[in-house]
Design a protein around this ligand. Sequence first.
Ligand code: 4AD
Ligand code: MG
Length: 433
Amino acid sequence: MEKPVSTSIRQLSAHVGQIVELKGWVYNIRSSGKLRFLQMRDGTGIVQVVWFKGAVSEETFAQLDTLTQESSIVVTGKVKVETRAEGGTELDGQTLRILQIAVDYPIGPKEHGPDFLLSNRHLWLRSRKPHAILRIRDRFIKAVRDFFDQDGFTLVDTPIFTPAACEGTTTLFETEYFGQKAYLSQSGQLYAEAAAMAFGKAYCFGPTFRAEKSKTRRHLTEFWMIEPEVAFNDLDANMVLAERFLEYCVQYVLKECALEFKILGRDTTKLQNVKAPFPRISYDEAIQRLKEKNIPCEWGTDFGAPEETALAEQFDKPVFVHRFPAHIKAFYMKADPTNPKLALGMDCLAPEGYGEIIGGGQREESIEVLQSRIKEHGLKEENFSWYLDLRRFGSVPHSGFGLGLERTLSWICGLEHLREAAPFPRMMYRIYP
Ligand code: 4AD
Ligand code: MG
């Protein structure tokens, strides 16, 4: 007998006519007379294995009827073309080896509530939709790395235990650190600034933490952020970098993940349009536009979800809002030289109601201004003396931004809640599993 080729479901179309071995799990099995139709998954895809009573041993055929959803198996069979199948192939089953029979797998084809699914997240990952989302997440991250590699950036990892706040003290997670207080990082930015002075173009990419006491569909307490920082870039150059970056990553996943978007039922026509340049409006203009739409808003307040949605709706691609009132923004933002009430910050709002996915701007480079900002924000200067060194020794204009990975994926995948964009989401009311 021909020795089976060990392969994966994703690779099957390269093995048409051959006998292959697949290792995986039962997704579904149904019988019809002398036939058994086994849907098998192996992490790379799903394939149907057809078993005909006369073609396999009696023992094998009997074993098929003991299989349950998620039982682990090793199968051999002959690969055939099947144009109606997702991957374009099907298997004629020959041998079956059972590794373990799964009893009462809790997630069935019927509808489950979100709470049940989240409590079973460790198993839910195997289902088609979560699997597709996490594949897109993986490919998006590859695109992130490729983009920065090709653009001359150096990855510099920033710490998670930090001595001070970066993004305001209301969302800090505090922890005991050998008799001292430490905080989980809200953003790697301040360290990325140090890296930019060392490498010119640097980025960090890691988990960040916010003690968000909100239960919205846009907030996690732990999320991943991609933060480039570039010496000598001003606000305009920062927006150019952000739109090139987002275009690259979105177009990459559209190209690589067509099957995953199909599984999600995501209409990707609007995503095709994510191409630089993106429109840019000032905060002042944004207020004007909101007033014209009769959306209550006042100059000087930050935008929430309704305002962001109303603004983004007016454009067919992501839009930048820049030059916010300085008092609603973080201490490190540079003031607009033409109007010191404004900060040289920018947010990028995603279409389709997904809101802010990027926040960033030009950083204050004057040590004196920064010192007074730190005071105004009620922060302790001693915690930032290392950061002030960056202004003492060769201070230069510089800019950067942070892109929230789960927010961005939530938009790209068309999710109702960003928790599905994280493998094991952390929210105010969930730390299990
Ligand atoms: O606007 P934020 O707070 O900006 C910063 O942290 C800057 N220090 C980044 C920088 O300039 N290097 O956060 C940046 C992005 C937001 O636009 C959003 O996408 C995401 O991080 N984000 C969250 N995502 C999920 N859950 C939360 N609680 C988030 N808070 C912010
Ligand atoms: Mg922000």
